[in-house]
Design a protein around this ligand. Structure first.
Ligand code: HPA
Length: 278
């Protein structure tokens, strides 16, 4: 159970998004079950029953980063008569957004009834066995963001990522011949990429992949009692050698190339495996 302070913070945040929740609810024919948050460059071509640009959702800003569309797609799983909320575009700490904006898709999804969330992101590979284009399911994360006072009360103490969903996604991946890596995600504030010495440091402390998101959303979602799954698209492999720079354009392009794999997984979830998220 979240402590009193965390509950007070959550209820203050929730009140900000009351009109947004109302609007999203009105677009859902079926009860919402799962929220999916897409990372940089991940645009999935899944048939949507409705699309709402973020600008039209009360109290939501538009994302400022290229590779993030800023559209909420309402997907329907007719087999299970449930709605999936596909948030195409996220808000990052480095864009200067406060935590309650970064967590808005989570707060809204939870309030309209989603019991689980799949958080995706683009990440650099720290593990030397990873290659660009790999998908990595998150076992846990290392929170390397600067201290965020509001989040101090959101104590997790165990991994927010559901082992049950992870095992099920591995099975779906096997059937579709889409293998998953698994590992620990390091969340940093960005927007700078890592120096070779930092790459060595983040490897040493136990990171397998590193990116600029996900930790805040996972922390809020787990505190709200949602089941959380995380999947990184490894867009680049990081090196401890000097002169191996990374650019946002490269990250967005690599992410777009790997997106169809994630799309197939998500389609299989909607069509055949939604109960793993219920
Ligand atoms: N570092 C941090 N974040 C990232 C990277 C990286 O190399 N690639 C994609 N997101």
């Amino acid at each position: 159970m979240p402590g009193e302070y965390a509950l007070a913070v959550l209820s203050r945040w929730r009140s900000l998004y009351q009109p947004a929740m109302q609007m999203v609810r009105e677009h859902c024919t079926f009860p919402p079950a799962l929220a999916v948050l897409l990372g940089s460059g991940l645009q999935l071509e899944l048939p949507a029953a409705a699309e709402i640009p973020y600008e039209r959702i009360p109290a939501l800003p538009a994302p400022t980063v290229t590779g993030h569309q800023g559209v909420l797609r309402i997907l329907e799983s007719r087999r299970w008569d449930r709605t999936i909320l596909l948030w195409s575009g996220r808000f990052h700490w480095y864009e200067g957004f406060p935590v309650e904006v970064i967590a808005a898709p989570i707060l809204i999804s939870a309030a309209v009834g989603c019991s689980s969330v799949l958080l995706t992101n683009a990440a650099g590979g720290l593990n030397s066995h990873f290659a660009a284009g790999d998908l990595m399911l998150l076992l846990d994360h290392l929170n390397c963001f600067p201290p965020i006072p509001e989040l101090a009360a959101f104590s997790l103490r165990r991994s927010p990522y559901s082992a049950e969903i992870r095992r099920a996604l591995v099975q779906i991946g096997l059937k579709l011949e889409i293998p998953f890596q698994q590992g620990v995600y390091v969340g940093v504030s960005g927007p700078n990429y890592e120096t070779p010495a930092e790459v060595r440091f983040y490897r040493t402390i136990g990171g397998d992949a590193i990116g600029m998101s996900t930790v805040i959303e996972a922390t809020v979602a787990a505190t709200l009692g949602m089941k959380v799954a995380g999947c990184s698209v490894i867009t680049n492999v990081l090196s401890e050698l000097p002169a191996t720079g990374v650019s946002h354009t490269e990250v967005v392009q690599a992410s777009a190339l790997a997106a169809p794999k994630l799309g197939r997984i998500l389609q299989a979830v909607c069509d055949d495996h939604l109960p793993i998220f219920l």
